[in-house]
Design a protein around this ligand. Structure first.
Ligand code: F6R
Length: 260
């Protein structure tokens, strides 16, 4: 796992956006895995900026989102469909039929989850998966205790996640209790993983995920099992890492990526 420590949120977002651009430079028809939440907002803003400046083209890209709340229709302002459209899709040129987001309103969740997994496979698998991390160490909505080989399924949100996400809803009771989410196994199948984290509230989860044991109690620790995972954090989110100097040393010594 590569750990990249940036001084602030802006630098973290730009470094993550650059990794996405690097993949698109070598594979213009790449399949991207998308995350929602506050953390990747800066990354999406940067990709939109680069697109508007003519530096990145998404016309051949396919996307798969990690998760969606159960019960929220696509036009609900707190749905992840709405979030993605608002913050990314409507600003770039990904063909609509190439955008895949789990349905929060299907009448048959098991069948939908199986279809979603099949659709990812049909598209050749995910080239780069963007991830955030929950304060309980989750990736997507794989809450503590999720199997590290889990696939897309319905998942009950933890109390911690409901508390964390209550900030987006009028009342805590409005936060959906269930979500449909890619599994940890689904995520580990992606060819490249990029996890972004910012702020003090993520410091403990990042320390556990990067330097703790691999455990289903911190599903982000499964990144340790992946052969190409990059964790990009700002200084606050890096505060609990004991090997911080070593990560910075490795990063500083890394040769610059060749420009294509
Ligand atoms: C959202 C997702 C979640 C978030 C995590 C952090 O698609 O997969 O795992 O990445 O809950 O959310 P923020 O960035 O809002 O702290």
């Amino acid at each position: 796992m590569e750990v990249v420590i940036k001084r602030d949120y802006d630098q973290m977002s730009k470094a993550a956006a650059q990794l996405v651009v690097d993949v698109l430079n070598t594979k213009p028809n790449a399949v991207l895995g998308m995350a929602t939440g506050s953390t990747p907002l800066g990354l999406y803003q940067e990709l939109v900026r680069l697109h508007q400046a003519g530096q990145v083209d998404f016309s051949r890209v396919t996307t798969f989102n990690l998760d969606e709340y159960v019960g929220l229709p696509a036009n609900h302002p707190q749905s992840y469909h709405y979030f993605m459209d608002e913050h990314f899709f409507r600003h770039v040129n990904i063909p609509r039929h190439n955008i895949n987001i789990p349905s929060g309103t299907t009448s048959n969740y098991p069948a939908f989850c199986q279809w979603y997994e099949g659709r990812i496979a049909e598209c050749g698998g995910i080239d780069l998966q963007i991830l955030g991390i929950g304060s309980d160490g989750h990736i997507a909505f794989n809450e503590p205790g999720s199997s590290l080989s889990s696939r897309t399924r319905l998942k009950t949100l933890s109390k911690q996640t409901i508390d964390d996400n209550a900030r987006f809803f009028e009342r805590r009771e409005d936060v959906p209790v269930y979500a449909i989410t890619m599994g940890v196994g689904t995520i580990l199948d992606a060819r490249k993983l990029v996890l972004v984290a910012s702020g003090k509230t993520k410091a403990k989860a990042i320390a556990q995920a990067v330097e703790g044991p691999v455990t289903s109690m911190v599903t982000a620790s499964a990144l340790q099992l992946h052969r190409d995972a990059t964790v990009i954090v700002d200084a606050d989110a890096a505060a609990g890492l004991t090997m911080r100097d070593y990560y910075e040393f490795i990063y500083a010594a890394k040769p610059a990526a060749p420009k294509s």
